[in-house]
Every structure is written in structure tokens, then in C-alpha cells.
Design a protein around this ligand. Sequence first.
Ligand SMILES: Cc1cc2nc3c(=O)[nH]c(=O)nc-3n(C[C@H](O)[C@H](O)[C@H](O)COP(=O)(O)OP(=O)(O)OC[C@H]3O[C@@H](n4cnc5c(N)ncnc54)[C@H](O)[C@@H]3O)c2cc1C
Length: 256
Amino acid sequence: MAAVAVVGAGVAGLAAACRLKRLGMRVVLYESGGRVGGAIQTEKRDGYLAELGPNSLASPSPAVRAILGELGLEPSLVTASPEARHRYIVRRGRPIALPTSPPELLTTRLLSNGAKLAVFGEPLVETGDRPVEESVATFVRRRFNQEILDYVANPFVAGIFAGDPEQLSVRHALPHLYDLEQTHGSLIKAMIQRGRARKSDEVGGDAASLVSFAGGLVELPEAMARQLGPAVRLNSAVTGIRRGPKGWTVGAAYQH
Ligand SMILES: Cc1cc2nc3c(=O)[nH]c(=O)nc-3n(C[C@H](O)[C@H](O)[C@H](O)COP(=O)(O)OP(=O)(O)OC[C@H]3O[C@@H](n4cnc5c(N)ncnc54)[C@H](O)[C@@H]3O)c2cc1C
């Protein structure tokens, strides 16, 4: 039977290892740290629960729902209150609600008149046909301007990835936005059309919900680790991967 070594017990490594195990493969998951979850870290103290990294899953797809079901996590799911959809950005020392629709983008106190002009002109910007993969920052600057990047896109991207928009690929990090440009030629036009469609959809409801678990997001990696059992090797940092005549050898150092 084929054996697969997976490096890192973050949510990606755990999900890959669970899938491989379900396919009948022999899997070993090496994790350099003393716990599973990677960036996911929930802390419980004095009756409070705090997330030190990611805090929610956005609109789990049917595929993710199926995984949650297999892991027995459905009963533990907690959906965020609709109030949590309001995001605030601090500008000039005051929290201002993040605009979520084209009319709000044009009336918000968050943006200068120059930025509002960029919103107004966005439908006239040509669709990108970039031979080189475009970053989130270049995409937003090209379609809007630097201010929209700093005060709308960057806080949003930081909230999801805690990453640098200059480094993230728009196509892979924000495929939805990338597709909107390809299909509608403009993000603002797409938002307007989507808003109209939502109004005419009486049973649409709030599909874009945020979810977590009663015991915090850490329930997800812990449930996956339980499924893997002794295949998870904690405190085992992979130090090298070598190809030999009989296959690949993974070197791991046990850390106390
Ligand atoms: C502050 C913050 C907030 C976020 N908020 C959200 C959110 O709300 N919703 C959301 O969906 N996403 C959010 N994200 C993104 C999400 O957390 C990450 O995309 C995801 O957790 C990454 O998982 P991963 O398995 O790829 O990597 P990681 O979680 O980084 O896991 C990598 C693992 O590999 C281990 N490792 C590394 N090198 C070795 C080695 N040589 N040998 C063995 N093990 C090794 C590490 O110890 C670690 O455990 C957030 C990220 C951050 C940082």
C-alpha cells in the first residue's frame, strides 16, 4: 500500500491527510509543534473563549459541510449573529462602518471624494488581460485607487489572510472578485446586478453566513486529528526529503 507523508498539521495538512486516509492510503502527518491546528488557536480563560488566529469559516460550501458532517461537527456549529456582518475601519481615530454596496461606497465618510470618483469610474476601467499573475494590490489599484486599497481592500484581506495584498494573487486569494471582473467587466456593475437579484429573490435569505463551533475554531483540527489517531506525529519537524533508489525518504527530528 502506498504511504504518504504530509508535512504540517495545520488545517490544510490535516484535511489532506484525512482525505488520503479515507482513500485507503497509509498516511503519516508530521507536525513540528506540540499541537494541531497551525494558525488556528483557540484559548479558553476565565469563562471566555478567544481566537488567536482565524475566527470563522465564511459560508461553508456543500463540500465543506459534508466534511463537517463526517467529522461529527454539525451539532457544534454556531452561526454568527447578523450584526457581525458590520465591519468597522478606524480612520482619523474613529470607527466607520465598512461600505458594502455601491450607494454606500459613494456616501460613506470613510472615503475621500477622490476615492468616490474612482468608484464612480470603475465600470469604465478595461478588463485586465495580464500575462503575469496579478496581486490583490495591483488589481485594486488598477480598478480603483490606492485609497480603496488601504481602507477597503486591505482590512478585508488582512481579516481573511492576515496577509500582504502586494504578495497575494488576486486570482487565487479572491477568486470571486477575479471572476466578477471576467464575467461582468466591472466589480461595481456586478455588485449592482447582484443587489437587484437579491431583492427579487424572496427566499434568498442570508446565504453568506459566518460559522464557528461551540468550543471555538480549534474543534475542526482537533476532530480531524482524532480521525487520524496515531498517524499524527507531534513535535516532529521534517528536516529533509530525499529521493533514493527505493522511493522517497522523509527525515524528521523529534523535538522535546
Ligand atoms: C490572524 C489570522 C486570521 C485569519 N482569519 C481567518 C478567518 O477568519 N477565516 C479563514 O478562513 N481564514 C483565516 N485566516 C487564514 C487561515 O488561518 C489560514 O489560511 C489557514 O489556517 C492556513 O492553514 P495551513 O494548514 O495552510 O497553514 P498553517 O496553519 O500555518 O499550518 C502549517 C503547519 O505546518 C507546521 N510546519 C511548518 N513547517 C514544518 C516542518 N518542517 N515540519 C513539520 N511541521 C511543520 C506548522 O507548525 C503548522 O502547524 C487567518 C489567518 C491568520 C494568520
